[in-house]
Design a protein around this ligand. Structure first.
Ligand code: SAH
Length: 201
């Protein structure tokens, strides 16, 4: 999976590639689709949600460019797989999932694999996690129509946010937002992507 689908498509960051080699994707997908866990595709995880295609997880992780000492906020825990990949790379991952059953199963899967630096919370990602802010990095794996101001506010100066953004429910742009030391924002569009929409509670 990593050699063919990820390095083969241009992901170069060795830390990302080794994190992707280490995390067992099959442990995050339902039994019924487990045999497809290392295929080049998103997979259903129940509750009309999906675990992203491995390449997309890798490219978003590379774009996030998180360091060992960083604290990361993820919106859209889903299966917990992206959180596990990040947990291999950073100090702590805080992740928010709106569907209670998914928050619970992701938390169980992460616990079973021994990840102690991930905290899963059921809640509304539009609000972020003010008690733990500011974050060095923020990643969204569900698409809001616009970047939520609360999340921009919870990004540390010098921080970076990666998100699919767009109002159309099945086509968005992957966006990287940099906040410089003085708080000034710079936004870059990477390429079109397809994510599930971020829902309002
Ligand atoms: N990162 C996940 C993929 C997530 S799919 C993984 O690695 O498996 C997107 C997830 O975002 C879904 O589980 C969906 O329930 C969740 N979501 C949608 N709207 C949300 C919101 N407002 N707050 C938090 N999570 C939300």
């Amino acid at each position: 999976m990593v050699t063919g689908q990820i390095a083969g498509r241009g992901v170069r960051d060795q830390r990302v590639l080794s994190a992707m080699r280490k995390v067992p994707r099959h442990a995050f997908v339902p039994e019924a689709v487990r045999r497809y866990a290392y295929e080049d595709q998103p997979l259903p995880i129940g509750h009309r949600q999906t675990i992203s295609q491995p390449y997309i997880v890798a490219i978003m992780t590379e774009l996030l460019a998180a360091g060992k000492g960083d604290t990361v906020l993820e919106i859209g825990t889903g299966s917990g797989y992206q959180a596990a990949v990040l947990a291999e790379l950073v100090r702590h991952v805080y992740t928010i999932e709106i569907v209670p059953e998914l928050a619970k199963s992701a938390s169980a899967a992460l616990g079973q694999l021994g990840y102690q630096n991930v905290t899963v919370r059921q809640g509304d990602g539009y609000k972020g996690w003010p008690e733990k802010a500011p974050f060095d990095r923020i990643i969204l794996t569900a698409a809001p129509p616009e970047l939520p101001q609360a999340l921009i506010d919870q990004l540390r100066p010098g921080g970076k946010l990666v998100a699919p953004v767009g109002g159309s429910s099945w086509s968005q742009e992957l966006v990287v937002l940099n906040k410089d030391a003085s708080g000034k924002l710079a936004r870059k569009t990477i390429f079109p992507v397809v994510f599930v929409p971020m829902v309002r509670p």
